[in-house]
Design a binder for this molecule. Structure first.
Ligand code: CO8
Length: 259
């Protein structure tokens, strides 16, 4: 499928790289991009086992939601725009495959929120993160008030959101917003390297582990442990479990089929 604002590359090994590409606005998210993202996730990921999301160009991951589009919205339209972004990001968060954000530059507002909807964030040393919405008279609207405190704790999340300050990649690493920081020219290789490590493992097991972490996080201890127990049991109904354990005992490399 052809997109106006997305570049999609299937790498042939089960990895797909999705680039947000709106160079005139530093990849800011307008409603067309959000709809294209939704369509892409729905239609393009057959056979994809790891998704990497990044920004096109050298300067920006995503510089937020598109301010020129938001400037003219009234309350119901603001509500709808926020809902569209939140729904698309939730679909990304709940995809049954790992999603890595390779944050190559500005990740501001909706850009930071997109990165947070991914499972894992790695960043270029030139990346910058922030939730500057209150300076525009709005609040984070693509679930940033929900995900940022979960990721980095309420105190620092509130500081970032109330001050709108922009932090560098090394600070994002220190507070746990990103897992690792690399030189800009290394970033995509490192993302692919991480994807390859995941591709060696059993796809259904990764899917169930993701479900257990995501859904278990919002439950109490008993609920989370019961959920993990149920999903752990499910692994034993998969061929991949038989293959993984047979391969270990037979001292050979496992060949997982995702079944
Ligand atoms: N929206 C629209 N256009 C943008 C955006 C954006 N978020 N960011 C950059 N652009 C445009 C600029 O207007 C400029 O366009 P032009 O060349 O036509 O003047 C072009 O991109 C290049 O930008 P700059 O000239 O400003 O580049 P600089 O290197 O000087 O600065 C910055 C880069 C620091 C990233 C700067 O552009 C900036 O501050 N951008 C805005 C960042 C921001 O505030 N983002 C948060 C937006 S709000 C948001 O994301 C809310 C999400 C939830 C929405 C809920 C909806 C209800």
């Amino acid at each position: 499928m052809d997109y106006q604002f997305l570049k999609v590359e299937h790498c042939g090994d089960g990895t797909t790289v999705l680039k947000i590409s709106a160079p005139k606005s530093l990849n800011a998210l307008n409603s067309t991009i959000l709809k294209e993202l939704d369509a892409c996730i729905g239609q393009e990921l057959e056979g994809t086992r790891v998704l990497i999301i990044t920004g096109d160009g050298e300067k920006s991951f995503v510089a937020g939601a598109d301010i020129s589009e938001m400037a003219h919205l009234d309350e119901p339209q603001g509500f709808e725009f926020g809902r569209l972004g939140a729904q698309v990001f939730r679909r990304i968060e709940t995809l049954p495959i790992p999603v890595i954000a390779a944050v190559n530059g500005f990740a501001l507002g909706g850009g930071c929120e997109l990165a947070m909807a991914c499972d894992i964030r790695i960043a270029s040393s030139k990346a910058k993160f922030g939730q500057p919405e209150v300076g525009l008279g709005i609040i984070p609207g693509f679930s940033g008030t929900h995900r940022l405190p979960k990721l980095i704790g309420q105190g620092y999340a509130k500081e970032m959101i109330y001050t709108g300050k922009v932090i560098r990649a090394d600070e994002a690493l220190r507070i746990g917003l990103v897992n690792a920081v690399y030189e800009p020219e290394e970033l995509m290789d490192k993302a692919m390297e991480m994807a390859r490590m995941m591709l060696k493992n059993a796809p259904v097991a990764i899917k169930l582990a993701k479900q257990s972490i995501n859904e278990g996080y919002d439950l109490d201890a008993d609920g989370a442990i019961a959920l993990e127990n149920k999903l752990f049991g499910k692994c034993f109904a998969t061929r991949d479990q038989k293959e993984g354990m047979d391969a270990f005992l037979g001292k050979r490399k496992a060949e997982f089929k995702g079944e």
